[in-house]
Design a protein around this ligand. Sequence first.
Ligand code: 5GP
Length: 233
Amino acid sequence: MVNHMEVYEGKAKRIIPLDGEKAIMEFKDDATAFDGGKKAKFKGKGWLNAQISAHLFRVLEEKGIKTHFIGVAGDNRLIVERLEMYPLEVVVRNVVAGSLKKRLPLDEGTELKEPIVELYYKDDSLHDPMINHYHARVLGIGEAELREIERIALKVNDILREYFRERGIILVDFKLEFGKNSRGEIVLGDEISPDTCRFWDAKTKESLDKDVFRFDRGDLMKAYGELYRRFSP
Ligand code: 5GP
């Protein structure tokens, strides 16, 4: 939670508070999967994820989404607005993959009739359990805030799905995190990168995301680099 002046050290990022309402979000080269059970370092991953996140935040801002992104502050660093984060991971899904296969009797790759939004309580010691609105309200998150968070998540999905479709990529699913700024506004925080999204090449269905690392599907940096290349003119 970025609501004081301590450096916050995450698995793949570091948040360094600055004076005022700003912070630096530093992307590390570390990759972790399966609750930290699998770890590795990929030189250049932090740089790529910072560039990809910055780019996607700009795309969203242009379409009217409030994000914490302020600017790029060097190779693997972004300047962001400081937020008091909700302890939530908000997952949006368009295509069956990952943990959804344990919940619904649908095959991997099946396109969903409508997007699914899921809430998870962000807590490593509980292994980020899936929760519903009742659980979230008990945690102190109001119903109106939950509905607003889900509305923004679905709008982000509409924008990014179209953006990637135009670039030959299927946005399978992704995870967002939200916080409140000093004016009490709900703002999209964290990152949007191949660490937090599933991207499939529309033709080959090849993964261009962290599944390459999770399931040893080849060269992670090549996959992330290919994703980044698709944004370039
Ligand atoms: P799943 O629930 O299928 O494992 O994940 C759904 C989507 O959310 C995937 O795109 C995955 O990368 C992202 N996601 C879910 N939980 C986490 C998390 O704790 N960390 C990261 N980096 N991504 C997550």
